[in-house]
Design a protein around this ligand. Structure first.
Ligand code: SF4
Ligand code: FES
Length: 233
């Protein structure tokens, strides 16, 4: 028989099977907790911390990876939680180009995050990789959510073409030995592009269309893998 645990979330009692995450239990109650790195079809890694909630402990816990426990009293949107989310979004806005991340921009609006709160900050800069006929990688827009890595690995494709590159502030997604994508184990399934929450991974055809390139020329480029101007392999 499945063991269950009973807790309250925003003063509503709920009983769920042991192992259910706070995010999952909240969803059952119709309570929406914001997420960035979490994706329902991928392994949760608890990286972005935007889903942090108050469980009455010394520090807030990430709802997407924390299992419900008997007797927990969770608050998902109190003042401390809101302040934490605002600061998280302010840090993100100050270091990453979020122009093509509509869901994150909506959170910035909701939590009234001030992207200019840290005047001495600077955006992370990275080359734009246009090294294959199918998609472009612009890690200036990457929030390091790890979704693309997960979907490329044992959550779906088992290609393991993506990993990380760099250290600390300069950590970004990359390929083994920084190889161009054509030299990796990538099978160009497109699943990484599909799960990316920002404009960091974009179909090449979309990118060229946005640049006003003629559809016939796009057909040629995306068949032959020719590069866009200003990008590198
Ligand atoms: S490229 Fe996209 S999916 Fe991959 S880590 Fe960056 S933001 Fe996430
Ligand atoms: S959504 Fe939970 S840590 Fe990112």
């Amino acid at each position: 028989m499945t063991e269950t645990v009973t807790l309250t979330i925003d003063n509503q009692e709920i009983t769920v099977p042991e192992g259910t995450t706070i995010l999952g239990a909240a969803a059952e109650l119709g309570i929406d907790i914001p997420v960035i790195c979490y994706h329902p079809h991928l392994t949760a890694n608890g990286l972005c911390r935007i889903c942090s909630v108050d469980a009455g402990q010394r520090v807030q816990v990430a709802a997407c990876v924390t299992a419900c426990q008997d007797g927990m009293e969770i608050e998902t949107n109190n003042t401390a939680v809101q302040r934490g989310r605002r600061t998280n979004l302010e840090l993100l806005s100050s270091t990453v180009n979020l122009e093509e991340a509509p869901e994150i921009l909506e959170l910035v609006e909701t939590y009234q995050a001030n992207g200019k709160r840290f005047p001495n900050s600077h955006k992370r800069t990275a080359p734009i990789y246009d090294d294959n006929p199918f998609y472009i990688r612009d890690y200036n827009q990457c929030v390091n959510c790890w979704r693309c890595v997960q979907v490329c690995a044992d959550d779906a494709q088992y290609a393991f073409a993506l990993s990380f590159d760099g250290r600390g502030f300069h950590t970004q997604i990359g390929t083994f030995m920084a190889d161009g994508m054509m030299d990796t184990t990538c099978v160009f399934c497109g699943q990484c592009v599909g799960v990316c929450p920002t404009g960091a991974l974009k179909p090449k055809r979309q990118s060229l269309l946005e640049d006003g390139v003629d559809p016939d020329a796009i057909f040629q480029q995306t068949r032959g893998g020719r590069k866009k101007k200003g990008t590198q392999s």
